[in-house]
Write a protein that binds this ligand. Structure first.
Ligand code: NGQ
Ligand code: ZN
Length: 458
């Protein structure tokens, strides 16, 4: 599983997969995996890390291109703004996005995500075709742009090409605004096969997604799942908006989560994104199935989705991870803090997402998002453990908020203290991508991003 040690790092304080440890020597092999862990060790020749070390989390839900419109849609249209009116603005961006724009935006976003404490992003990628809806000469053109961005940024990538065929339940025809997303089942499987080798070469994992129960029929979903390996992650947007629940009931007499469990064997390879509109019975059913719920708190707040019943879900043993989705937030802090605060605001109580007395909310959330995120990203091992990818976040040991703290108080200060930028260095797959808060290619990545925004404004 793990090869010979290529280099070692030394951390005075590290959050390992079985808890906090002191004076840890982390040995990393040629493949960028953790090959050895020694506690209570001497630093010796190893590189001394400049602060407490925690595992980098996976961001389990991203539409990278939407980063380009962050902050531009908060202009009232006259009182009935909603998820659906936001979606029209998003489609305006979709209509204008060239492949080089998509790549530049994704590279910038990926660097921001690493600076925010993520080591991997799961890209739910549905923008496939040219502006007129015709496939590019290479059907994978837009997917390859995401891979290329990840090579530039160095982030870990799980790519989920998305199947999208309809505008609503019952196989309704897609709208003009959706034409860049559309495949039939054969066309989608061709795209998936086309991506196997490029993903291997780029070191990315390949899964798949069904956009939503609106965008695919039960038969299409069954045909796709029959044709793909049964270990790859499968993601779907589900039960995000009340209108979607009503459309599902009108079509099948079943709510979206019920409908999904009717038509598919939902298990631990699945990630149900949002699931904000769920009943207590549905929450229990999801928890029992072992699927991960993909929570995207800043986007869900931005779009007025509602609040996921996370307290009940956690009590039922449910697994969740966090995503930044439309990227109005790009940090672990923003997502985990709002996840907890949403429950507090709804319940008028404190410390909702930690069940046992004495448990740290920050630690409970971070642990859950680590294991849930790894599961949803298709990673076999999560966290700082032998055999795992060396995906590390070094917090700023020079910060007065962090320097004297130990154990879960470090996570409390970082996630709930409002202490500002605390991520100092980030390692992904044994390579430093962020050092002292900067990426080596920040200059060129920012310039390409600015050029894309200029083109999109024109
Ligand atoms: C998306 N985003 O695909 O980007 C969706 C909106 C839809 C979120 N659900 C479009 N947050 O669901 O139809
Ligand atoms: Zn989404």
């Amino acid at each position: 599983m793990s090869g010979s040690i290529k280099f070692s790092c030394f951390a005075e304080k590290a959050l390992l997969s079985d808890g906090w440890a002191r004076d840890v020597l982390i040995g990393i092999d040629d493949d960028g995996r953790i090959a050895s862990l020694k506690r209570g060790a001497a630093s010796g020749e190893a590189e001394r890390l400049a602060g407490p070390v925690v595992p980098a989390l996976a961001d389990l839900h991203s539409h990278a291109f939407q980063r380009a419109m962050a902050g531009l849609t908060d202009v009232a249209a006259g009182g009935d703004d909603s998820f659906w009116t936001w979606r029209e603005k998003m489609y305006d961006l979709v209509a204008r996005l060239a492949p080089e724009d998509a790549e530049a935006i994704a590279a910038k976003l990926q660097v921001e995500l690493m600076k925010g404490g993520f080591g991997r992003v799961v890209e739910f990628h549905y923008l496939h075709h040219g502006a007129d809806g015709r496939p590019y000469d290479d059907t994978a053109e837009m997917s390859l742009r995401i891979l290329s961005a990840a090579t530039t940024s160095g982030i870990g990538l799980t790519l989920l090409p998305v199947f999208y065929a309809h505008s609503d339940f019952g196989g309704a025809a897609p709208t003009a605004g959706q034409r860049r997303f559309i495949h039939d089942v054969d066309g989608f499987l061709t795209l998936l096969h086309r991506l196997v080798q490029p993903c291997r070469t780029a070191g990315a994992r390949l899964g798949l997604a069904i956009h939503s129960l609106r965008a695919a029929t039960g038969d299409e979903i069954a045909n796709i799942l029959d044709a793909v390996p049964d270990h790859a992650p499968v993601h779907i947007h589900v039960a995000e908006q009340q209108r979607e629940v009503e459309a599902s009931l009108a079509h099948s007499g079943r709510r979206p989560v019920e409908r999904l469990y009717d038509i598919a064997d939902v298990d631990s390879r699945w990630c149900l994104v949002h699931a904000t509109q769920t009943t207590t019975a549905e929450v229990r059913m999801i928890a029992a199935s072992g699927a991960v719920v993909g929570l995207c708190p800043t986007t869900e707040a931005d779009l007025g989705d509602g609040v996921f019943p996370a307290v009940d879900f956690l009590a039922a043993g449910g697994r969740f991870g966090i995503g930044t989705d439309s990227h109005v937030g790009t940090t672990v802090v923003d997502e985990l803090r709002l996840l907890e605060y949403g429950q507090r605001l709804a319940d008028r109580r404190r410390n909702r997402l930690a069940s046992t007395a004495g448990a740290s909310v920050a630690r409970t959330l971070h642990d859950a998002a680590l294991t849930g995120g790894a599961q949803a990203a298709g990673l076999p091992v999560a966290g700082i453990a032998v055999g795992a990818s060396a995906d590390l976040v070094v917090l700023d040991g020079a910060s007065p908020y962090l320097s004297g703290e130990t154990g879960d108080a470090i996570l409390g200060r970082w996630l709930f203290g409002g202490i500002g930028q605390a991520v100092r260095d980030v390692m992904v797959g044994g390579r430093w991508t962020i050092r002292e808060g900067r990426h080596a290619r920040d200059g060129e990545i920012d310039a390409a991003f600015a050029a894309a925004l200029t083109r999109l404004r024109a």
